[in-house]
Every structure is written in C-alpha cells, then in structure tokens.
Design a protein around this ligand. Structure first.
Ligand code: DGL
Length: 264
C-alpha cells in the first residue's frame, strides 16, 4: 500500500479526461494534477520548448512527493516521455502506447485514423507504434490545431465548435473504421466528433485507455492506495485562471474541485 498521490500533467485541462476515468476506476487514489493553461496549446510549439515546459511540470509534481507520474498529454508524451521515464526512479506513464494498442484491438478493417496536435502528428509516433505491433494496419493522421483552443476557452457547446470540428475532420470521413483521439483535450468534443465521423466509427480515448495501465502498474509494484485512508485527496493546480479551470472541471468531473494557481 502507498497513499502518496499519482501526479498528472497536461498543457491545460485535457488531462481531466484521464482523471475522470481514474476517479471512476480507482476511486481511492490521491491525485495531484498540474495543467499549464497559461502556455497552452503546446502542440504548435517547437519540440525543445515543449520538452522544457514538460520538465517544469514534472519537477513540480516531484516536489509533491508523487508515487507515479502520468503524462496526460499526447504532445508531451511524444516529445519527452522516453527521456523523463529514464531519468526518474518512479514509474512514468504516457498515453500513446495505450492508445495505439486500443486502436489495434478495435480496428476491423485495418483503417485507423489518428487526430492530434501538430507536434503529435508531425512526430508520426502513433503510426510508428501501431505499425510496430501490427504492420498491416494503415494509419492516416490529421492535425487539428483549432480544437485545443476551443476546449481551453470552454466553448465546446458553441456553434463555432461544431463548424470547426465538421470542417477539420471532413478529409477522414468514410476512410477509417477507428479514430484515435490522440490529444487528451479531444474527448471533451467527443459527441461532435462522433456525429461527424458517423456511428460506426469507433473512437479511442487515449487517456482513458491509459488508466488500465496505471492500474496494472499499481498492482505490479503493490503501491495501490488504501481504501481505509482517512480521506482521498485531490489537488489541482493551473498556471492560468483557476476559475475557468474549475468551471470546465466541475462539468466534466461532475463535482466541485479546489484549484490553485501555480507559477512554474
Ligand atoms: N492535451 C494535449 C495533448 O494531449 C494538448 C496539447 C496542446 O496543448 O496542444 O496533446
């Protein structure tokens, strides 16, 4: 047993999609979450800058005495996960391998689409990971740079959101049987994405898939939190406005959370 928190990092609010699934599957785990909304989106930034920002988030989580770090961000995973994993002596998990495995399991015709930030798509990492395991699967990737700003500004219900998603995804419609949401912000747009792609396309939530891996690692290292601890604690930090973060989080997590501002 180990009641230390699990640390989550993201460029902003996207990692909440991972946290929601964690709270559902592993309700006794304590959480420290840090989102860098002041500098989001990370996706269009150069790799070196994303690497530097990611290390700042990692170092912040390390000061919180976390037992594991989850990169709840595909972009940070694509750029810095391997390096951080090698450098730390606690388990560090990313979202890309779980997303890739789930896509392979899901595809029926071998036509997988991947949507992500410009960095995730340019890195080509999903195609590489999927084809390493299943070379016959065809992967079409598409960058969706307009999606993250819509989510960060809490405009997911707007008509602009519908129009942008519809126009951006048009090149993929009818071409894939499975679509990986290769950015943890995208599940917040899931109903619109599903509507555009059609009901027969299976959507893969890379963040939610990673919770299964978290669970496996907790069991393997025997570091689950005790169900008998006095209180389960969730701490959320943002580099931007705690109010906007809280608004998005309370709808998404269906509970009121405390959010503090942090300067990295
Ligand atoms: N949630 C991040 C991801 O999964 C979004 C990155 C961004 O800020 O552009 O890629």
């Amino acid at each position: 047993m180990d009641n230390r928190p699990i640390g989550f990092l993201d460029s902003g609010v996207g990692g909440l999609t991972v946290v929601r699934e964690l709270m559902r599957q592993l309700p006794y785990e304590n959480i420290v979450y840090v989102g860098d909304s002041a500098r989001a989106p990370y996706g269009p930034r150069p790799a070196e800058q994303i690497r530097e920002y990611t290390w700042e988030l990692v170092n912040f989580l390390v000061t919180k005495n976390v037992k594991m770090i989850v990169f709840a961000c595909n972009t940070a995973t694509a750029v810095a996960w391997e390096e951080v994993k090698e450098a730390l002596d606690i388990p560090v998990l990313g979202v890309i391998l779980p997303g890739s495995s789930a896509a392979i399991k899901s595809t029926t015709k071998g036509h997988v689409g991947v949507i992500g930030t410009p960095m995730t798509v340019t890195s080509d990492i999903y195609r590489q990971k999927i084809q390493l395991l299943a070379p016959a699967v065809e992967v079409i990737s598409l960058a969706c740079p307009k999606f993250v700003p819509i989510v960060e500004s809490n405009e997911i219900q707007s008509s602009v959101a519908k129009k942008v998603v519809y126009e951006t995804l048009a090149p993929l419609v009818g071409k894939v049987d499975t679509l990986v949401l290769g950015c943890t912000h995208y599940p917040l747009l899931r109903p619109i994405i599903q509507n555009v792609m059609g009901p027969s396309v299976k959507l893969i939530d890379s963040g939610a898939e990673c919770v299964r891996d978290i669970s496996v690692l907790l069991n393997y290292f025997e570091i689950n939190s005790s169900r008998y601890q006095e209180k389960v604690r969730h701490y959320f930090y943002t580099t931007a406005s705690p109010e906007i973060f809280q608004e998005i989080a309370s709808v998404w997590l269906k509970q009121k959370i405390n959010v503090e501002h942090v300067t990295l």
